[in-house]
Design a binder for this molecule. Sequence first.
Ligand SMILES: [Zn+2]
Length: 266
Amino acid sequence: MSKKAKIIFLGTGGGRFVVTQQLRASGGLIIEMDNEMLFIDPGPGALVRSKQNKINLLNLTGVFVSHCHPDHYADVEMVIEAMSHCRRKVRGVFYGSESVIKGDGEFYPRVSKYHLDRLDKYDSLKPDDTISLGKIKITATPTKHAEPKGIGFVFSGINKIGYTSDGEYFEGQENYFKDCDCLIINCLRPRDDDWPLHMNASDAKKLIELTKPKMAVLTHFGMKMLKGVAEKEAAWIQKETGITTIAAKDNMKLNFADIGSLKKFI
Ligand SMILES: [Zn+2]
């Protein structure tokens, strides 16, 4: 496993219509860094998309689920099953929002005891909670989303990677994502197209301006971001902010060990 970060996008779809029709894949993303392999938000198709990308999920060391919407958790038990080498080992860690781990109101806990028993560690995280995994420090960030207990994540290791998860921009969100090498933003809609409790490109631009990451990646696209719109919105943000901004594609890999490979996006 690589030491410097590698990010693999196993899905870039968001919103119910895109995901249920699989207009974009919805398998979540994998971060490899500092000899850890972390699965973030294993949505529907996570196993299939991993296989497609020749990823061996038996190498996973951690699973993180941001909130209790199915496009973020649907395959979580299968991914944990793989991490525990088909339940033959007690292996790996699993962290999620309180709603994901304990359930909340209309949401059930997303992982049964049958699988939790095969983990080295699992716990729920609230905004501002910080845990360590090997050389990586992970901080949970707040969100303003339809799922009130949802969280985002910042992974600080040899590289610093932020993941907003779902939700609209709120004042102070920028304080959690300063100086990221890569800021991954779930951006459901184009600029000026408001959808309360979800991010659009205008708010993504604001967050990028305020946080100044080395690069930003838009993902989790709703219907209105398909057919080249996401790419146009990313180009607009890059022009306005001067910060490299790309629209993620299904199966896209970013390799921070090879900076040259990032230049093609600039
Ligand atoms: Zn959501």
